[in-house]
Write a protein that binds this ligand. Structure first.
Ligand code: NAD
Length: 493
């Protein structure tokens, strides 16, 4: 494993310039505008990114609309599923290349992109290729008066807008069901992570996706490709993953043409640890739920609540294990925590650390740039104690390698604290008491609750947030519902 990774660092670390992919062809921006793509681990320029706007979005939407009536429409479900399977296969064939591009773009460890991001992107296609063939439809008999059945058809042209933290994984999580349901699309990848999305255009073409079915336009959000896509009158739906504030802006833009919306937004997820749980198992998983992907996962458990009898023991062991996490070069196999995504985000996370001190917090470990790493947006994994539920650091999404730990005494108290937020994405509960697990899980206001685990995913299950963490659910049938229009046909008997 180690040899393989080291070899790849030598042979496969070549960045690419990112062009738009419209109607089956790569193209520059019409006015030639580009912006620089920065490697967050070195602060060096990786290449350029074509900067799209209204004109490129117009072209892409027109191509997608034409493609809705082309060979894509005439294919059988079996043929479409075969193409989706092939996309997944090609992603796996090009895994090393994609994993290296993803690490260069995001600053996250190469072993992580190679073992999670890219294989999961392939699996998204394999999963939905199989799933689409198993999807049935509803039928209801109204006594002996009528029979009702519903038929499913594509929504039309769908805009897919994505964040930078799990670029290819999240993009394919939308693209696969979007295509499986027969739609065409225009994707707007995050401006900070354009490279794997760029390559996906070629992969789709090679797999046999007809021209115009998948289009990719790079650019920024406001007054750029993002807003042009959400405002476009010929786009029928927008599937968006990103910040809650961006979701609000997109909702306003989409309201003018009443687009269908699916939202996966921010989170500030509680991790509730009862004293009867297995502490070593808890610590092993909590290290991941706190710091994997530099804490830049919407599902990270950034608010940790520990029942008082084990609070001191947990804190001591968790701090010790956190100190062992190696921060550094994403291509070093020893690295557990890479660089944060970019300069602006790095400063934002650091401002929360200053705020933590102002609010009376104690930094138990971390809180600074690791010694010896002068370049790159590196931050030590950080544990903060001494803050209460009213502090901004406990309430606001930081989206970095920063967690707060608070002790609790009563079950009702910790449920109230866990729910005291406008977010409602996920939660983890640690206990060996089955009844308590059910009782607490049922009261937590979150779309996903894990018991004695974290980020264990079955792609058939509903994924998404309540409150301001999202609208709708993705996964299995839920993705299909969003990407399909249903017509109920009622036949009088
Ligand atoms: P962001 O909202 O800043 O950007 C996301 C995407 O939206 C980017 O492609 C961006 O260019 C685009 N965008 C920005 N403004 C826009 C506008 N006015 N119109 C159209 N498009 C616009 O989010 P981010 O910083 O890239 O990602 C981090 C956020 O994403 C965090 O809040 C995180 O919790 C959330 N997230 C949620 C999930 C989930 O499944 N719930 C998964 C991953 C990330």
């Amino acid at each position: 494993m180690q040899t393989e990774q080291q070899e790849i660092t030598v042979t496969k670390r070549k960045a690419i310039d990112s062009l738009h992919f419209i109607n089956g062809n790569y193209m520059d921006s019409i006015n030639g505008n580009v912006f620089e793509n920065i490697n967050p681990a070195t602060e060096e320029v990786l290449g350029t990114v074509a900067e799209g706007g209204k004109e490129e979005i117009d072209l892409a939407v027109a191509a997608a609309r034409r493609a809705l009536q082309g060979p894509w429409k005439k294919m059988t479900a079996h043929e479409r599923a075969g193409i989706l399977r092939k996309v997944g296969d090609l992603i796996l064939e090009r895994k090393e290349e994609l994993a290296a591009l993803e690490s260069l773009d995001t600053g996250k460890p190469y072993w992580l992109t190679g073992s999670v991001d890219i294989p999961r992107a392939a699996y998204n296609f394999h999963f939905f290729a199989d799933y689409m063939r198993a999807v049935g439809t509803e039928a209801y008999q109204t006594d002996d008066v009528a029979i009702n059945y519903s038929v499913r058809r594509p929504v039309g042209v769908v805009g897919l807008i994505n964040p930078w933290n799990l670029p290819l994984l999240l993009l394919t999580w939308k693209l696969a069901p979007c295509l499986a349901a027969g739609n065409t699309c225009v994707m707007k990848p995050a401006e900070l992570t354009p490279m794997t999305a760029t390559l996906l255009g070629e992969i789709c073409r090679d797999a046999g996706v007809p021209d115009g079915v998948v289009n990719i336009v790079h650019g920024f959000g406001p007054n750029s490709a993002g807003s042009a896509l959400t405002e476009h009158p010929d786009v029928n739906a927008i599937s968006f993953t990103g910040e809650t504030v961006t979701g609000k802006i997109i909702m306003e833009a989409a309201a003018k043409t009443l687009k269908r919306l699916s939202y996966e937004l921010g989170g500030k997820n509680p991790n509730i640890i009862f004293a009867d749980s297995n502490i070593d198992e808890v610590i092993e998983t909590t290290l991941k739920s706190s710091f994997i992907n530099q804490g830049e996962v919407c599902l990270c458990g950034s608010r940790i609540y520990v029942e008082r009898p084990i609070y001191e023991e947990f804190l001591e062991k968790f701090v010790a294990k956190t100190k062992e996490l190696v921060v550094g070069d994403p291509f070093d196999p020893q690295t557990k925590v890479g660089a944060l995504i970019g300069e602006e985000h790095y400063h934002r996370v650091n401002r929360y650390l200053e705020l933590a001190i102002e609010e009376g917090g104690v930094i138990e470990t971390g809180g600074k740039r690791p010694a010896g790493l002068e370049k790159g947006y590196y931050l030590e994994p950080t544990i903060i104690t001494g803050l209460d539920r009213n502090c901004r650091v406990v309430r606001e999404e930081i989206f970095g390698p920063v967690v707060t730990i608070l002790p609790f005494d009563m079950e009702e108290e910790v449920i109230a604290q866990a729910n005291d937020t406008h977010y409602g994405l996920s939660a983890s509960i640690w206990t060996n008491d089955l009844r308590r697990a059910h009782r607490v899980a049922g009261q937590i206001e979150a779309g996903i609750v894990w018991v004695n685990t974290w980020f264990l995913r079955d792609l058939r299950t509903p994924f998404g947030g309540m409150k301001q963490s999202g609208i709708g659910r993705e996964g299995g049938m839920h993705s299909f519902e969003f990407f399909s229009e249903l017509t109920n046909i009622c036949i009088k008997l």
